[in-house]
Design a protein around this ligand. Structure first.
Ligand code: MV4
Length: 445
């Protein structure tokens, strides 16, 4: 087992990884920018190294500085958290070339899943259902119109190197194809450095359902159920829950089994999330994330499994000692992402947190790096806390969530807590009757 892990991240996820390491008897190294010298992740770690100035590109994305930090502290492995370098296959390669273990999948699996066309072909061959469309980049508008005619309008143009929703274009009729294709290619080239675009049938109404998997790369794969992440604004998730109010037990088991088989066929190792759109009773693969995700705690709450611990164990070459039959799903869990943003305008709200008081009590978990007197820097993601609740039923979970959000004190900055309180009181949320388009309408209304 590793003696020391360098955590190449900041904020709540750096704490989350540190906590798993501590419980496993593994020492931790924090890295930080000059703006984060007083951050909680730096205080908790056994050692810390400043890796650069505030700008993420010069610090948390500064590969040579991170490798040097691992070398001078004699770390065995590097955990990337989520965001920053977590899905950068070049980083994973460099980590391994320098003799450290990258706590994540094989770099080639990160690379494959980062290429949306390669990912789609691979998972389709491995048995996952995909959305009707092409599995090659589009060549020209004529070909695109022929394909759209055969799958039926509306269709969606997606960047092959994309993900996260940037640069997608809905095309509703043949006359709009040429301009949409030119625009999609230009945006894809500008955003991702690769102008390749592919086409799918556009699903007008769907839910975002994702399956958590855990694999040891030795043929042992389990799934840990689904998360419903349909509540998104501009491709940023606000609330996640498990189980999904829209998926029945038979469909969950069937999808889980299909995903486990596919992940085993791919030879995948580590934690992973397979994302689907769920429309009219059918699941369609959209992407696979090759990292630990922000919303992993809801899965931990209902399964009791420490995903970071498992991730570290399989990265160290341990055989997975869980079987599917060992995994039981108990009750319901919901996560609210609390951002340092104005709850109406979503304008960022960095600054000093004068008072911080986290909610507690039965079934409440708060993952946060805040403390009273902490200054939220303006340079990074605005997530400041994840309020996660567990209950025996969804209804109990909802009552507990309201109670926990009301108990939470984050003075000095604006947060999205008031929006969460409004959201969880809406009829649609209470009834679980929402899709991926609902939240934006709710906010606008
Ligand atoms: C889609 C879609 C409808 N039809 N694909 C957005 C992010 C990227 N990961 C995939 N996305 C979508 N792909 C087809 N064929 C609608 C979306 C989408 C979406 C998906 C999940 C959660 C929120 C979303 C919000 C807008 C659009």
């Amino acid at each position: 087992m590793f003696d020391k892990i360098l955590i190449a991240n900041r904020g709540e996820i750096a704490l989350r990884v540190h906590r798993a390491c501590r419980e496993m008897g593994i020492k931790t190294v924090a890295v930080h920018s000059s703006a984060d010298a007083d951050a909680m992740h730096v205080r908790l770690a056994d050692e810390s190294v400043c890796i650069g100035p505030p700008s993420a590109k010069d610090s948390y994305l500064n590969i040579p500085a991170i490798i040097s930090a691992a070398e001078v502290t004699n770390a065995d492995a590097i955990h990337p958290g989520y965001g920053f370098l977590a899905e950068n296959p070049g980083f994973a390669d460099i980590v391994e070339e320098h003799g450290f273990v990258f706590i994540g999948p094989h770099p080639n699996h990160i690379r494959m899943m980062g290429d949306k066309l390669a990912a789609k072909s691979a998972v389709k061959a491995a048995g996952l259902p995909v959305v009707a469309g092409c599995d090659q980049a589009l060549v020209n508008a004529n070909e695109a119109r022929r394909l759209a005619e055969s799958i039926g309008y509306p269709v969606l143009l997606k960047p092959a190197a994309g993900g996260g929703g940037t640069g997608m274009k809905v095309v509703r009729e043949p006359g709009a194809m040429n301009d949409a294709l030119v625009a999609a290619r230009t945006e894809a080239k500008a955003s991702f450095g690769n102008g390749d675009v592919f086409m799918e049938k556009f699903l007008r109404s769907a839910r975002h359902i994702e399956i958590q998997v855990l694999a040891d790369g030795q043929g042992n794969v389990v799934h840990l159920g689904e998360r419903d992440c349909s509540l998104q604004r501009r491709h940023q998730k606000l609330v996640e829950e498990t189980p999904s109010p829209a998926v029945n037990a038979a469909d969950r088991d069937a999808l889980g089994e299909t995903v486990v088989t596919a992940v085993r066929r791919l030879g995948y190792r580590g934690v992973g999330t397979v994302e689907f759109l769920y429309a009219d009773g059918a699941f369609y693969f959209i992407e696979m994330n090759t990292r630990l995700q922000v919303e992993h705690p809801v899965t931990e709450m209902v399964t009791g499994i420490d995903l970071v611990r498992e991730q570290i164990l399989v990265a160290a070459g341990r055989r997975l000692d869980l079987e599917q039959g060992d995994i039981a799903f108990q009750g319901h869990a919901i996560e609210c992402r609390v951002n340092a943003e104005h709850p109406v305008t979503f304008a960022p709200s960095p600054g000093e947190v004068t008072t911080y008081h986290a909610p507690g009590g039965l079934g409440v978990r708060v993952d946060s790096a805040l403390y009273s007197g902490y200054r939220v820097p303006p340079y990074y993601d605005s997530l400041v806390a994840k309020v996660v609740v567990h209950g025996t039923t969804r209804n109990e979970c909802l009552m507990r969530l309201r109670r926990a959000l009301e108990e939470c004190v984050i003075d000095g900055i604006a947060t999205t807590i008031p929006l969460h309180l409004q959201l969880i009181s809406s009829n649609e949320f209470v009834d679980g009757a929402y899709d991926i388009n609902w939240l934006e309408k709710f906010i606008a209304g």
